[in-house]
Design a protein around this ligand. Structure first.
Ligand code: ADP
Length: 484
């Protein structure tokens, strides 16, 4: 069980049109704690018809929500932000329980999630249009920014709170209404955010949460003509399906999909800083983030020294249940995650890599896995081509800048990349040459609410956070007024 200070945050019903409802069929989905396998709650498995009701409620709510003065939406979002911060401990406890990440990291996510609500509450007041000098004297040309309309969000389990607020906050700030379908593994945090939105005074139908069969709900959200925009974070594979399903209604799309982040350490890097950056970017959330470094390229001159320092740090990472003090690596989300890691390690070892540390399931059992460093990785291995999504760092040796940039870009993905160098000229060359939406230089942590998050190539479409983030929920309307 999850022990919360604010017991009301633990919900087993969905939020549709301002009411907390069960599935029409009575069906439920069990939510389990990945650290223990214990069932911590249930959520409804709502039908497609109930999802249509949520879309209809969002449509009704849009009429009034979109017409509020921006500052009125700001005030409500600001209250939601305050409540998320006030309940950060409980939201953290919920996330540790349903997702597994250590408590400190989970509480950190609650505050990170809140930061998007605060930022977009402020941005609501800054949705500026344009006036354009007319080519003829008799006309005035104006650009208006208007909310798109009803939006849908489908979110993943790795950031149960932040992936929701990063979508809902700009949508609501812009004047849109939203139906959220959280991941089946982590619906409780989403429902808790619904409780807090309601408490903040956000009107019925503006922010709704439906849980249940992803395909059934996804088919309604993508197929609906009322839903004008879909924002999805998850795998490239599912993103492709949702994009195809959205084609008949020409829906606007924001897609945050898979990554295959390179992390490059040049000979002239500050090695200790690079090791710390690699730890932060690789092992956060047990390696289960789409911006986690997936491939670590180390220049020949510092390869052995870096490998030794990294392995020493990784050996010291404490693995355990997220509620235990000092734990840095929690369990993986499920058995499939473990199977993928084992497959990637097996493939790498068969093709000539070797294990520096870790490499197998943890003695704790379940879905715990030893933080791992592999040496001697090559481009032919799965670890180079696919997102491992676990605590496995494969080290690749390289000789020249040109060679490593080519290897880093040799992927269909283009989300985040990292590199460490003290050389200013190289910094600009490499930053510009990397085919990625986000680049970290001398840092392994790049995400925050004020910067644009998103990828190129098959890592997705659109940007979240920053002043760009709200544009994703706005339409540009051109008004041409003849005055003579
Ligand atoms: P992950 O590999 O991180 O679980 P997925 O892309 O499978 O990523 O899942 C991300 C989100 O997409 C989850 O909310 C999941 O329920 C949802 N999802 C998965 N398949 C579909 C689908 N066919 N239609 C709609 N939503 C889906």
């Amino acid at each position: 069980m999850v022990n919360l200070k604010n017991k009301g945050l633990l919900r087993s019903k969905c939020l549709i049109g301002g009411a907390w409802v069960d599935a029409a069929s009575g069906a439920v989905i069990e939510v389990t704690n990945p650290a223990t396998g214990d069932v911590i709650g249930t959520v409804p498995s709502v039908s497609g018809a109930q999802t249509e009701q949520a879309v209809a409620a969002a449509d009704t709510a849009f009429a009034s929500w979109s017409r509020l003065a921006a500052r009125e939406r700001t005030a409500l979002l600001r209250r939601w932000f305050d409540l998320i911060v006030q309940n950060a401990d409980d939201l953290g406890a919920l996330m540790t329980a349903e997702q597994g990440k250590p408590l400190a990291e989970a509480r950190g996510e609650a505050l990170y999630a809140a930061s998007f609500v605060e930022w977009f509450a402020e941005e609501a007041k800054r949705v500026y249009g344009d006036t354009i000098p007319s080519p003829t004297a008799d006309k005035r040309l104006i650009v208006l920014k208007q909310p798109i309309g009803v939006c849908a969000a489908i979110t993943p389990w790795n950031f149960p709170a932040a992936m929701i607020t990063r979508k809902a906050a700009p949508a609501l700030a812009a004047g849109c209404t939203m139906v959220v379908k959280p991941a089946e593994q982590t619906p409780l945090t989403a429902l808790a955010l619904g409780v807090l939105a309601e408490e903040a005074g956000i009107p019925a139908g503006v922010f709704q949460v439906v849980t249940g069969d992803a395909r059934e709900i996804g088919a309604v959200l993508t197929g609906s003509d009322t839903v004008r925009k879909l924002s999805f974070t998850g795998s490239t594979e599912v993103g492709r399906i949702l994009m195809a399903q959205s084609a008949p209604t020409i829906k606007k799309l924001s897609l945050e999909l898979g990554g295959n982040a390179p992390f490059i350490v040049f000979d002239d890097a500050d090695l200790d800083a690079a090791v710390e950056g690699a730890i932060a970017s690789k092992y956060r959330n047990a390696g289960q983030t789409c911006v986690c470094s997936n491939r670590i390229y180390v220049q020949a001159g510092v390869y052995d020294a870096f490998a030794e320092k990294l392995a020493a740090r990784v050996k010291a990472l404490s693995v355990g249940v997220g509620t235990d003090a000092g734990v840095l690596i929690g369990p993986l989300i499920d058995g499939d995650a473990i199977a993928k890691i084992e497959d990637h390690i097996g493939d790498a070892l068969a093709k000539g890599a070797s294990v520096l540390t870790g490499g197998k399931r943890h003695a704790l059992g379940g879905t715990f896995f030893e933080p791992t460093v592999l040496t001697g990785a090559t481009q032919a291995m799965k670890v180079a081509r696919e997102e491992t999504f676990g605590p496995v760092a494969p080290l690749f040796r390289f000789e020249t800048e040109e060679e490593v940039v080519a290897m880093a870009n040799d992927t269909e993905f283009g989300l985040a990349a990292y590199f460490y160098t003290e050389n200013v000229r190289r910094t600009w060359r490499v930053a510009e040459a990397l085919d990625y939406g986000m680049v970290g230089h001398n840092t392994g942590l790049i995400s925050n609410e004020v910067a644009p998050f998103g990828g190129v190539k098959q890592s997705g479409l659109g940007r979240e956070g920053s002043h760009y983030g709200i544009e994703e929920y706005l339409e540009v309307k051109y008004l041409c007024s003849a005055i003579a």
